[in-house]
Design a binder for this molecule. Sequence first.
Ligand code: GRG
Ligand code: ZN
Length: 339
Amino acid sequence: MGTPQRDVTIDYTTAQKELLIEKHCAFLTGYGQSHSTYQYGVTDYLRMSGIYWLCTCLDLLHSLDKIDRNYIVDYIQKCHDKTTGGYAPAPNHDSHLLYTLSAVQILVQLDRVDMIDKESLCSYIKQLQQEDGSFFGDQWGEIDTRFSFCAIACLKLIDSLHTVDIDRATDFIMSCLNFDGGFGCIPGAESHAGQIYCCLGFLSLVQRLDRVDLSTRNMLAWWLCERQLENSGGLNGRPEKLPDVCYSWWVLASLKILGKLQWINSEKLSKFILAAQDDETGGCADRPGNIPDPFHTLFGITGLSLLKVFDENTIKQVNPVLCMPEYVIQRQGIAMQLL
Ligand code: GRG
Ligand code: ZN
């Protein structure tokens, strides 16, 4: 017997079916400007990633001209921690690999790599690597395959992969592979679609997808496509969980890396994503009817981009590994492995 499914019921006869581009752009730009709101005040601990979500989504929607580039570049400089070489989510916060990746992604996207002090960034990342190849997220020592991905993605974006021990880092990722074909955050931890994206993304960037053998790849692709729920068409992140728009990214990007995107029912999933748009405020929520936010708006749009349900004049092509517009990756001449 398969695992039971939990799902939500959506009335697709009345659900939103059109892509609300103008409203999403207004929602995203408004989010970046509403500095006096409670929401803004309580989210400074992740602001750098918030800016990355906004910029990437606006760029994919052909609206990057709506942001104040100088303000953003200036903000990123204020978050640079000269002591460690990394970036913090907000000025006077501690640097962390998660926000370092977001800062590097934004600077690359805005074509301002000249603002990056490569040497100090590389030494920051290098000193976070451990004996077993894993990476601390910051000075406090949490280990997670997310941080391995962040370290390698940052280095790849500045053409400095050689800075760390790639073989050991790859061995650590492989030690997080589970019997079901999925990956967890540390060895022995449960498979989760977000961690699977990080591990496959890592292997793609270091061009070592050969470390996952053919039968494991198939098992993993099965596990991933079983995330699609019968009733709503949305994807969950692991068995028995509810569907959530952000898994349209974590699951689809993973399937794209494995060359198995066609194992998902694209029509049902795109209906679910479109239904999760808020037709009053703009933006996407995790599920239809919930409150929208920039995180789920980005991953709804990137999911639709991978599914190619709209043409490139509507949503630009997204890179499945770095979650940045594909034209930026091409401009930088960054190569990665896709099966
Ligand atoms: C460049 C896109 C990009 C990412 C950088 C931070 C990172 C690398 C990846 C995060 C991967 C990850 C773990 C995503 C999952 C996020 C999420 C929805 C977590 C919620 O998990 P639960 O267990 O929710 O609270 P469920 O859906 O299982 O109920
Ligand atoms: Zn989510």
